[in-house]
Unconditional design. Sequence first.
Length: 267
Amino acid sequence: MTSSISSLASRFEQDGFVFPIDVMPEAEARENRAQLEAFEVKNCDNFSAGQYLRRYPNLVLPFVDEISRRPEIIEPVAEILGPDILVLDCPFFIKEPKTSSFVSWHQDLHYWGLEGDQEVTAWVALSPATPESGCMRFVAGSHTRRIEHRDTFAEENLLSRGQEIAVEVDDSDATEAVLKAGQMSLHHGRVIHGSHPNISSDRRIGIAIRYISTHVKQAPGGNMAAMLVSGEDRYGHFRHCKRPGNTMSDLAYWREITDARNSVLMG
C-alpha cells in the first residue's frame, strides 16, 4: 500500500482526500476491465446497459461486488469510518477517449439524502487516471463546509443532474489525483471535486464505491438500500441488499433498489 494506514486517517481528516493507495496489481485491474468491456459488448444493443453501470452495478456484476469487499479497500476505509460499513452504491464513471464529458465541481453529500457525513468514496481506477484522461481533482480542506449547489442538467456532465457548486473555484487550488490502474483515491463526501474531459487516446474507467458507516441515517422519507460489506449493522437504517448471483441474474431486484435511490437523487 502506497499510503500507510497509520497516517491515512490524519491526512484524510486534514485534506478530505488521500491517494494513491494500491488495491490490486495492474494485471488484475486489466482483467476486471476486460470483464466490464465484455459485458458492454454483450449488452451493446440493450437500452438499459449503461444504466446498470451507473447505479448499483454490484447487484448485477459479481466482480464489482467482490472489488467492494477487498481488504485493500476495506481496511483503510475502516480506519476512517470504523469496522461496520455499508456500500450505498458503486457507479462506474467512464470517459471515452477524446470526448467532452466532464464532472463539474460539486460536493457529493449535498444531494444524497443522508443525515450525517460519515461517508468515504473509494475511486478505483481500472485504467490510468491522468490529467490527460480527466483524473479526479480535489480542493484540499473544502470538506469542512457545506456549499449551495445549482442544477444545470448539462448534457456532457456525468452527474445525474449536472449539479455544481454555486461559487467559483480557482483551478490553482486543485490537486490532481493521478492513479495507475489498480490504485484508488479516497475522498470525503463534502470535499469539492470534479474532473476535466478525457483528451487521451484511451478510456478512463473508474468505480466510485460509496462507503458509509452503519449508524448513518437516511433523510426522512428515504427508502434506500445498502450492502453490508464489513462488520455488523446494529442500527438498521437501510434495507440490506442481497449479493448478486450470476451476471444480470435479477434485474427486477436491481430495478427496485435503483428506483428507490433515484427518487432521492432526482427528487
